[in-house]
Design a protein. Structure first.
Length: 235
């Protein structure tokens, strides 16, 4: 049995979709930590995750090449790809300190996007295991994955709206996810939003493409950070 997985951060931790390459139905679970993914019965060969992997020592306006290149294929949804922080920011113990560190480690000096501030704990969590799972864990972005899944056409509606969720479900339904699975709640509304499930499904679809060597890489040319981690967004 061969499985891959896609993960999206949620209030309860991580919403993870496991996708079979052997015709079995997908399944989803909420896990407390990202390292728990590799301890599940499915033992996924690839995990695609919506979280920055590979961080520059000095960040630049617009982010890494991965952020800039992936943003170019989007129009309406391009703002959803926020610039990754500089690596020194991971040492910050408060939001104020994180902003101060980023200004000292960016050229030209810049502050942090609010999304980064809110995700710092999860970025640290992924960074802590990334080197040990470098052949299995890959960065993706849901809107870029949906763009690739929809014949290189981005989603026209915001994912938080009912119509936007339905738009994404129609695309997912054409790619081995049935309506029952897409409308099933994995946990309470406090634990995850319905868009978290859609995003994790898109990430798992990308994980399968990575496993099969069919995925699109942004940027096309490999680029590593000072820790040797690949800085790329896959779709």
């Amino acid at each position: 049995m061969t499985w891959v997985a896609g993960a999206d951060g949620c209030p309860a931790g991580w919403l993870v979709v496991f996708r079979s390459l052997d015709g079995r139905s997908p399944c989803a679970r909420i896990l407390g930590t990202i390292k728990d993914v590799f301890m599940q019965p499915e033992q996924p060969n690839v995990l695609a995750i919506d979280m920055p992997i590979g961080l520059p020592t000095v960040s630049r306006r617009g982010g890494r090449s991965a952020d800039i290149e992936a943003r170019r294929v989007l129009n309406l949804r391009k703002s959803s790809i926020f610039p990754a922080p500089s690596r020194p920011v991971l040492k910050a113990r408060s939001s104020a300190e994180a902003r101060k560190i980023e200004k000292s480690n960016s050229d030209p000096p810049k502050s942090l996007a609010e999304q980064v501030i809110n995700l710092l704990d999860k970025i640290r969590e992924v960074d802590a295991i990334a080197a040990g799972h470098s052949k299995k864990i890959f960065e993706c972005h849901p809107e870029v994955s949906f763009w690739a899944m929809n014949n290189k056409r981005e989603m026209s509606l915001p994912k938080k709206t009912h119509a936007g969720f339905e738009e994404r479900c129609r695309i997912l339904a054409r790619n081995k996810y049935d309506n029952w699975f897409l409308t099933t709640r994995v946990g309470s509304y406090k634990k995850h939003g319905r868009d978290d499930l859609a995003d994790a499904c898109a990430a798992a679809w990308t994980a399968e493409r990575i496993f099969k060597n069919e995925a699109i890489r942004f940027p096309a040319k490999p680029e590593a950070d000072d820790c040797g981690l690949d800085m790329a967004i896959w779709a």
